[in-house]
Design a protein around this ligand. Structure first.
Ligand code: GDG
Length: 726
């Protein structure tokens, strides 16, 4: 029976020690709720750090903890105190957390922290690997474990792996700062499905992957080695009913009174972990300014701030706590009276029923993170307003992922103090009917995409992408098929090989002029063409001079410029087929204009075509200009006998009558070939594939749709195949 293996930095259990006794307390966070709502697979294991550094545990205690955890289907990954410092407090919380939340000034880049991060990701992999069986689903969570997908993939190449990032994925401009950015992205790309809260994070991720590793995506799917990787947004939800069914509680009302607010005072709440990303200070400053500029509200409103202790081993968090407490003291000292406390501040976590009661009692929630992956508090607050007489209104930062779903909230830029002050006033003065209208719209969304839907949606997408991968695999050359092809090859009297060059025989390089053949490919072609039964034809879009210089000494036939020039083994180039080229006069100046407007791009002029290359240009600009150029040229060339073709980082303009399909047909017609082999990687090769007889062995190199029968990963795999024929 297959299992669900969940991996997160912390287990959903809090382990503590008191008087030599070890206590376990299950903690039901959002992720745990989502996981428990999944009906399949039934068997599940959860791996994570139990929260105690193992330097403090004796081997016996460690065993006791492990045993008790196993009873809850949890498996501990024990960390030493040194690794907790390096991996958790260090790289995770002093490098990735600040950087991914756009706090560059707090991010530190230290080799020893990175080493610890790598070591602990490796330790997670070692601990999990023995438990992985075929068919299992592995779901890895969050930024502490970004190397784990790749590490597991190396151990279990066919494992089904999903990864979800709970924090924002920032712009490439930040990711590029990380000295180990390639390793991190490659680590993540070990997964089959990568999930983020928001489409913006998906966009940032894909752009970083493209710029840093060179992998391009098609509709958010990447072709990595022989796998498909899907990247998508899955906005995490909450256990809606749990909050919607909670009610106001008289004892909380009493507590609120006890902390200084009386019944007539309007209540604004602020609930977060004490973290610099949550914008607690700007919120307090805005509230201070609100009281200064709106004296009529003094004594009539109170702000209840719940700051849950967090990461107390990281300096910034302690400094922030001091700053918050000083500001609370100053505001209360300035405006407070004997019967009114402007801010009630609690540095602790509340039990669930108290928290829900607070959400219920509030007139407004002030949630103003400077950056937040999602922010579940906002959704919980909205759920608590369900069917209530008196509706609370949400003021929400546009920097929270939740803002894209909760657009009927009063959405603010947290850095704009005046707007924040205006929002507080607007919230306090908003009529009940308007509050109800806005909340209903948000409730209908939050109640539909709950945490359980989120988990189901993620797993069903993971299964879906795996099914797509299976389809791809069926186009791969299996051992049995390979045997058939070998047999066909050996039985054949005359064999024809039609081979594209760039991206097929040799990999792409940044500068096209650097793609000259290496000794291995020369040797393969030489051996293949050396067999008197074989005829090898290299069909390329390159000009004849380059092809001649690179491959002219081999006993192979050459076709340049997609079929404009032919050269039979060892002979001179044939007289070219007369092709009209007057159109170049009109098109060249347009392409030159695009070269000037697009740094890094260049114009290549061949006898029968013009090619605009943008491989070295800034990728987004290149995409935009490619689109613009294609559009402009398509209109312009409508009445000419030429076509505009978008290839891999190029736009090529050439005569329609000259194409690889015609060139292939010419060779196919020469003899009765009993074995035909054809390989290519881009759109120009599709013309060749279409021209082939049914028995031909045609191979598409890389992803994307194709008319070819088989699929190969890249030039290396093609070379291995060709070497077998030698
Ligand atoms: C990360 C991302 C993303 C808060 N105070 C108390 C309490 N809480 C609970 C809330 C809520 C949770 O903690 C906080 O979740 P958030 O989403 O607001 O923020 P992070 O902790 O930073 O979580 C975030 C999230 O992961 C999920 O992917 O949304 O962007 O940073 O559920 O209810 N719970 C109790 N007492 C409290 O005083 N019982």
């Amino acid at each position: 029976m297959s299992k669900l293996i969940i991996v997160s930095n912390r287990l959903p259990v809090t382990v503590s020690r008191a008087g030599g006794k070890i206590n376990l307390r299950p903690s039901v966070g959002g992720v745990a709720t989502g996981m428990s709502s999944l009906s399949e697979p039934e068997e599940r294991l959860w791996f994570g750090w139990p929260g105690l550094a193992d330097d403090r545990l004796t081997p016996e205690a460690e065993q006791t903890v492990a045993q008790k955890l196993h009873e809850l289907d949890c498996h501990p990954v024990f960390l030493s105190a040194k690794d907790v410092r390096g991996f958790y407090s260090g790289f995770s919380n002093k490098t990735i957390w600040p950087l991914f939340h756009y706090f560059v000034q707090h991010a530190i880049f230290k080799e020893e922290l990175w080493e610890s991060y790598k070591r602990v990701n490796g330790l997670f992999c070692q601990t999990i690997s023995p438990y992985i069986d075929e068919g299992d689903t592995i779901w890895i969570h969050d930024y502490q474990l970004m190397l784990l997908p790749r590490l597991i993939r190396e151990q279990a190449p066919h494992a089904k792996i999903g990864f979800f990032l709970h924090i924002p994925f920032p712009s490439f401009e930040l990711v590029r700062l990380i000295p180990w950015r390639e390793e991190i992205l490659e680590g993540l790309l070990g997964a089959d499905l990568l999930g983020f809260h928001e489409y913006d994070y998906v966009r940032h991720f894909l752009s970083s992957v493209y710029r840093i590793t060179g992998h391009e995506h098609q509709l958010s799917e990447l072709h990595i080695e022989d796998r498909l990787v899907r990247v998508d947004a899955f906005p995490m939800g909450i256990d809606y009913d749990k909050y919607a069914d909670s009610t106001e509680q008289p004892d909380v009302q009493r507590e609120i009174e006890r902390i200084g607010a009386n019944r007539d005072v309007r209540l604004i709440i602020s609930v977060d972990r004490l973290d610099y990303t949550k914008g607690i200070l700007v919120r307090l400053e805005a509230y201070d300014w609100f009281l200064t500029t709106h004296p009529e509200y003094r004594g009539k409103v109170s702000l209840v701030v719940i700051a849950v202790p967090s990461r107390t081993k990281v300096d910034q968090y302690n400094e922030l706590r001091d700053q918050i407490e000083q500001l609370v003291g100053r505001v209360n000292g300035t405006y407070g009276t004997l019967d009114w406390t402007p801010i009630s501040y609690m540095y602790r976590s509340l039990p669930f029923d108290k928290l829900a009661a607070l959400y219920n009692a509030a007139d407004a929630a002030l949630i103003t993170p400077l950056r937040d992956g999602m922010n579940l508090v906002a959704k919980e607050f909205i759920a608590c307003q369900h069917e209530k007489e008196h509706q609370g209104i949400l003021i929400l930062s546009e920097m929270a992922g939740a803002a894209s779903e909760l657009c009927e909230a009063i959405v603010v830029n947290p850095h704009n103090k005046d707007r924040l002050v205006g929002a507080i006033k607007e919230a306090l003065e908003m009529p009940q009917e308007e509050r109800r209208r806005r909340n209903r719209l948000m409730q209908s969304r939050v109640s539909r995409y709950t945490v359980s839907r989120w988990a189901h949606d993620f797993i069903s997408n993971l299964n879906d992408i795996r099914a797509q991968q299976e389809d791809l695999l069926t186009a791969r050359i299996s051992a049995a098929r390979q045997e058939e092809i070998d047999k066909q090859y050996h039985a054949a009297k005359r064999r024809l090989f039609l081979l594209d060059y760039d991206g097929t025989l040799v990999p792409f390089v940044r500068r096209p002029e650097d793609a000259h053949p290496d000794p291995q490919v020369l040797a393969i072609l030489k051996t293949l063409a050396g067999d008197p039964k074989n005829e090898v034809v290299v069909i390329s879009g390159r000009d004849k001079e380059t092809l001649g210089a690179w491959l002219g000494d081999l006993p192979v036939n050459l076709i340049a410029e997609h079929g404009a020039f032919f050269r039979t083994r060892d002979q001179a180039w044939d007289e070219p087929v007369p092709v009209e080229t007057d159109w170049k006069r009109i098109i060249r100046p347009i392409l030159e204009l695009y070269v000037d407007r697009t740094p890094g791009s260049l114009l290549e002029e061949k006898d029968y075509s013009l090619v605009w290359h943008c491989r070295k240009s800034e990728p987004d600009l290149a995409k935009l200009r490619t689109q613009e150029l294609s559009d402009a040229l398509t209109t312009l060339t409508a009445n000419l006998n030429i076509g505009v073709f978008e290839g891999s980082k190029i736009v090529e303009i050439k005569n329609i009558s000259v194409n690889k399909g015609e060139a292939a047909r010419m060779w196919l017609a020469k003899q009765d070939w009993s074995f035909v082999f054809c390989a290519g990687d881009d759109y120009t090769d599709e013309d060749m594939f279409a021209a082939l007889p049914e028995h031909a062995v045609s191979c598409k190199i890389g992803g994307g749709s194709s008319k070819a029968r088989f699929r190969l990963n890249g030039p290396a795999e093609l070379r291995r195949l060709l070497a077998r024929f030698g």
